[in-house]
Design a protein around this ligand. Sequence first.
Ligand code: F6P
Length: 372
Amino acid sequence: MSGKTISRIGVMTGGGDCPGLNAVIRAVTKTAVFQYGLEVWGIEDGFLGLIRNRIHPLSTDDVSNILTRGGTILGTSNKADPARYAVGKDADGKPVFEDVTNRVIEHIESCKLDVLVCIGGDGTMTGAAGLTKRGVRCVGVPKTIDNDLLHTEVTFGFQTAVNTATEALDKIHTTASSHHRVMLVEMMGRNAGWLTLHSAVASGADVILIPEIPYQLEVICEHCLYRSRHGKAFTIIAVSEGARPEGGKQVIDRVIQDSPDPVRLGGVSEVLSRQIAEATGLECRATILGHVQRGGTPVPADRVLATMFGHKALELLLAGKFNEMVVMQQGQITSVPIESVAGQQRLVPLDHPLIAAARGTGATFGDKPAKH
Ligand code: F6P
């Protein structure tokens, strides 16, 4: 496929949905048709559409009126890696995996797709990196509410999720102060604390628990008791689903055997709520925000970012820069090799200025930071 000129582009969205995916699909399709006179075909449900040959032409009418819509008009899947696709179960009920890359390549060729625009997170980039090794030309566009993709300062979807989580924290404030309770709010983000950190600082949470900084239960309890003894009869705790105690483990909600990234975190806020209530005698409640954080109309900043990322993807493939993923670095949109992103996570660095600002304004991360 590598020597061919481009006339038909395939576009797909993979992994968990997030606000702004439709804005990228729209930008890719409109730029391809209006600016470069190319055809775009939509691939349904991420790599699953390539495996099952569910691929169809996409017109500019199909992508009209979707800029503000959450989710993805193409559908998505976070289970279908062509190199390790679950084709059934063995006698013990465990999934049996097969490499179906050849089938995927047949479908790409039969639909005459010259290049794929793969919009997704690290799982999708891992799948795309596998295809590039087999000669498929791909350009990656990074998405995720977790903001944890390597080499890019920001992914679209993140700002909308921060908005949603901040609104939730703001609303929880009312009940916390009226009932003099400790209120825990659990956020998504897998092993990265970006979403929790940003929304916690935006809403002035009192305790911020992120995976990068293991917590000590005693420190959290002391903070809650100190507040209640000093006139603040409530505490708001923003906690990442991936937070864990010092020397302890993350709380796993479920394991999805046929998913390339099988572990789903969740439930730490409920565990902590019981522990804090028992240790302090304070009344505690936990709220898990869950998939609400992935929904809704993208905020303007995400629509703008998604449109610029989609447009840049077209520029890259027209310039013959294949197997690259669009990124934002120092405020500039540029690109890096897809394989340098695959299977990696960008965590919050411990010297991030937002951590210092949160500590400076009185929040605790549940640790005992060194005194300066
Ligand atoms: O990566 C996005 C994300 O929403 C994570 O924050 C979360 O851990 C995970 O996906 C949930 O996955 P699922 O939709 O499969 O439950």
